[in-house]
Design a protein around this ligand. Structure first.
Ligand code: HEC
Ligand code: HEC
Length: 322
């Protein structure tokens, strides 16, 4: 049983998988077209969410041969290679035959119209927290895009991860269905930032450590993480003065999310997954939204967890050094 839990643990972090095909991460723009000038407010909101919610990076990726909503992003993980599917309104190859209820069920419950469960490489553990009006805006936006008639690629799941029981077990342990519960006592900007971090941009899924069952370690929430078996670290985002963002202001965080420049003058490597997310997603947030994310992160209790010193990361470094 513990062994099985470990496998589930490995599975869950697939959503944070760092693409290994670095040669396919050029400075190419994403396949997402500019917004038409006459776009209504709901369409515009949907287009923004498609950007900042990172749908763009997987379903309209920055590859030369990519199509908007055509998917195709390869997500190599230790469990296999997953491919983002075609989610255009094409009735055969996309989701053109879906109703809005089907879409809400996929996002909120991680289930397809035929009832099968999705792999968590599709970050529905975050999108489950989206508000109704935001899900509706995404739906309106997706429906208004041109159909793409290329078939989705099947996932290549390594044995034994494809066993159906595993996904069900993981979901029972790790998946808490939304929507997001507002905290009436929190200041408005902090509350806004929490929504963007926990419901839209899945910052917490990469930047939190997990226990051996693959569940986010609540105690060290947003205090840094890493992908299973990998040595590259997702830094601590709590305001700890030594290992976290204690020396950063909300302005510094907002500036970083727009430019990848840190207050110490260094910047994130352009090939890094975080730099890609800043370029294609987070830099499209309004300044007010980026500041709200900063206000939320700085409102967290400081936590001195250091992902650089984490046993899992050190073991991965020793393995890589061999
Ligand atoms: C990290 C990559 C990634 C991101 C980000 C992502 N998706 Fe996906 N998405 C996937 C993968 C992989 C699947 C297939 C899951 C499966 O087959 O179990 C998927 C499946 C879906 C499906 C179901 C399609 C079908 O044919 O059943 C929908 C709808 C969808 N995504 C919409 C979205 C939207 C909207 C967003 C942004 C709010 C988004 N996705 C963000 C990777 C991603
Ligand atoms: C797919 C995983 C992933 C997601 C999602 C993600 N990050 Fe990151 N983030 C990283 C990685 C990897 C780094 C390390 C980059 C580097 O070495 O400069 C990083 C670095 C950072 C840093 C710099 C911290 C430091 O001490 O240098 C901040 C701040 C940050 N992320 C905030 C966020 C916020 C806020 C979100 C959501 C809006 C987010 N990240 C979403 C992976 C991710």
């Amino acid at each position: 049983m513990p062994h099985c839990l470990l496998l589930c643990a490995l599975l869950v972090v697939a959503a944070c998988a760092r693409p290994q095909h670095v040669e396919r991460l050029p400075d190419a723009p994403v396949a997402m077209p500019e917004m038409p000038e006459n776009a209504g407010p709901v369409y515009a909101r949907g287009a923004l969410l498609y950007r900042v919610g990172s749908c763009v990076g997987c379903h309209s990726p920055p590859f030369d041969d990519a199509t908007h909503l055509g998917g195709g992003r390869d997500l190599p993980t230790v469990f296999g290679v997953f491919y983002a599917p075609n989610i255009s309104p094409d009735p055969e190859h996309g989701i053109g035959a879906w109703t809005e209820d089907d879409f809400v069920r996929a996002m909120r419950r991680g289930r397809a119209p035929d009832g099968h469960r999705y792999w968590p490489t599709f970050p529905y553990m975050t999108y489950t927290n989206l508000r109704e009006d935001d899900l509706h805006a995404l739906w309106v936006y997706l429906r208004a895009q041109p159909p793409v008639d290329t078939p989705s690629r099947p996932h290549e799941v390594h044995a034994p991860y494809g066993l159906p029981g595993m996904l069900g077990l993981w979901r029972r342990l790790a998946f808490r269905r939304g929507p997001f519960e507002p905290d009436p006592d929190a200041p408005a900007d902090v509350e806004r930032g929490r929504y963007l971090v926990q419901a839209v941009s899945y910052c917490d899924q990469c930047h939190s450590p997990r226990n051996s069952a693959g569940l986010l370690r609540r105690r060290d929430y947003l205090a840094g993480g890493a992908n299973p078996g990998k040595s590259d670290v997702h830094p601590n985002l709590t305001p700890d003065p030594d290992v976290g963002l204690g020396g950063w202001t909300a302005d510094d965080i907002a500036h970083y999310l727009a430019t990848a420049e840190k207050p110490d003058g260094t910047r994130t490597d352009p090939d890094d997954i975080m730099a890609e997310k800043i370029r294609d997603s987070f830099s499209h947030y309004s300044e007010a939204d980026r500041l709200a994310i900063g206000a939320y992160l700085l409102s967290l209790p400081p936590d001195d967890f250091d992902p650089e010193e984490w046993g899992m990361v050190k073991r991965a470094r020793r393995r890589e050094a061999r």
